[in-house]
Design a binder for this molecule. Structure first.
Ligand code: TRP
Length: 449
């Protein structure tokens, strides 16, 4: 007898959960870092092109595989391509989820420390050097970063424990609107600062001469990371989507909101940074050092600082939920283990790798590879290699391995939603354009740079 599987209770539920997965530290913390390091508007332009041409079709492909199979990441490939080696894609995806969750929980933990710092008015009267030193001291503090990281993972596990409808859906439906309200408040604040227009120019006036192969690969990695595509996270969420929901509009809403939040984060950070004379290349320091200093010099800054870090924490939480869900659905379905045990097992594995990632950021840590901390290596490996490769395999699977009719049935809900031409164009992009572009970007980076 087939066990009854949990599903999302409403259309808004799946959109909130998938957008919650997509919107995260990738938008508010990693995107501004990347924009700052890669020359501003030119990077954003490439980023947008990649989201439209690749992100949307890949996300739709993931939803299609998920809903068609109604299975976990590995089970999905077992059902849709029985007896083939496509299941490897599923295993790689689960591994990728584990690695991302591991280093992601490091930064997620920092957000909790910084909420506490903001509440206790720690930043008050400190200059940028003192704040930066505080950050270094915190990273080198023996167990504080690890403690916060574990607390964050426990929080994630708690929500996953409760299942899809009463856990993931219930919490993301509250957390996501809260996040939007906070974003808008901070944007208005940043735009009304004196000298903010320089920051806007940096964000929106592209200097095309800056575009090179490194920027393109970084934009590709950033787009996939931010949209949560390329490892099958949305195959797992897709497997819980009701058969009546419209996958195309869901995909569009998620991609749109994710991109909007990335741009809004840029609008919060850069005008404020320029207005206070901070260099845009400040990297991760933009969110954790620069902004608190700027808040401290603003009227009402105490509150803005708190809400900013609460925002970061919420965004991170809805993303770690989606990562852990991939692992837990896989363990519990494939090995027939109770969801509660699978949650403990999955989060413990993530904690072990995650602690190593956190320790690698300490001064003189031996956990380095290619002269970079393990943390940076895990980030590069997943965003710039595993996600593009996974995305390539996923579109390849949908276009060349799965039955074409299955794809059309899923995106049209068995023919009840029309727009035939649009569907054909989407299929054409998935079959030819997406794989070619991904391969070209790879070749370009490896051999021509
Ligand atoms: N997209 C999230 C962010 O922007 C991170 C994330 C969650 C993710 N689930 C994922 C990235 C799956 C890649 C794959 O912060």
């Amino acid at each position: 007898m087939k066990e009854k599987r949990d599903t999302f209770g409403s259309k808004l539920g799946i959109i909130a959960a998938a957008a919650g997965s997509a919107i995260g530290l990738g938008n508010i913390y990693r995107f501004p870092c990347m924009v700052g390091e890669n020359g501003g508007a030119a990077f954003i332009l490439i980023y947008l092109l990649i989201v439209i041409c690749l992100g949307i079709p890949i996300m739709l492909s993931e939803f299609v595989i998920g809903r068609r199979s109604e299975k976990n990441l590995v089970g999905a490939f077992k059902i849709l391509a029985p007896g083939s080696s496509w299941t490897i894609v599923g295993y790689i995806g689960v591994l990728c989820a584990l690695i991302i969750l591991a280093f992601y929980s490091t930064v997620s933990g920092w957000t909790l420390e910084y909420i506490l710092k903001a509440c206790t008015n720690y930043f008050s009267g400190k200059d940028i050097n003192a704040i930066e030193q505080g950050f270094v001291d915190f990273q080198n503090a023996s167990f504080r970063p690890i403690l916060w990281q574990i607390i964050f993972l426990i929080l994630t596990a708690f929500i996953i424990f409760k299942g899809i409808k009463d856990g993931v859906e219930k919490y993301t439906k509250i957390l996501m609107p809260a996040l939007f309200v906070i974003l808008i408040i901070l944007c208005i604040k940043s735009l009304t600062l004196e000298g903010s227009s320089e920051g806007l120019k940096f964000l929106f006036k592209p200097d095309l001469s800056k575009i090179d192969s490194k920027i393109i690969l970084s934009a590709l990695g950033q787009a996939f990371f931010s949209l949560s595509v390329g490892m099958g996270c949305l195959i797992t969420y897709g497997s819980y989507v009701d058969k009546k929901d419209n996958l195309k509009t869901t995909t569009l809403s998620v991609c749109l909101t994710d991109t909007l939040v990335a741009i809004l984060s840029g609008i919060i950070i850069f005008p404020a940074a320029f207005s206070f004379g901070v260099k845009p290349e400040a990297g991760f320091g933009l969110a954790f050092n620069t902004l608190p200093m700027i808040f401290d010099q603003m009227a009402g800054g105490y509150f803005f600082c708190i809400i900013f870090f609460v925002l970061l924490a919420i965004a991170a939480l809805t993303s770690t939920i989606s990562l852990l869900e991939v692992i837990v659905t896989f363990i519990s379905e494939e090995y027939k283990i109770k969801r509660s045990y699978a949650t403990i097992l999955g989060s413990s594995c993530a904690a072990i790798i995650g602690i190593l990632a956190t320790l690698s950021l300490r001064k003189n840590s031996i956990l380095t590879l290619f002269d970079k901390p393990l943390f940076d290596n895990l980030d590069f490996l997943t965003a710039n290699i595993m996600l593009p490769l996974g995305a390539l395999l996923i579109v390849f699977f949908v276009a060349w391995k799965m039955k074409k009719d299955n794809f059309y049935d899923e995106i049209s809900n068995n023919g009840s939603l029309k727009n035939g031409i649009v569907n054909k164009i989407i299929f054409f992009i998935i079959k030819y354009i997406a794989p070619i572009v991904i391969v070209l970007i790879f070749i370009n980076q490896m051999f021509l740079s």
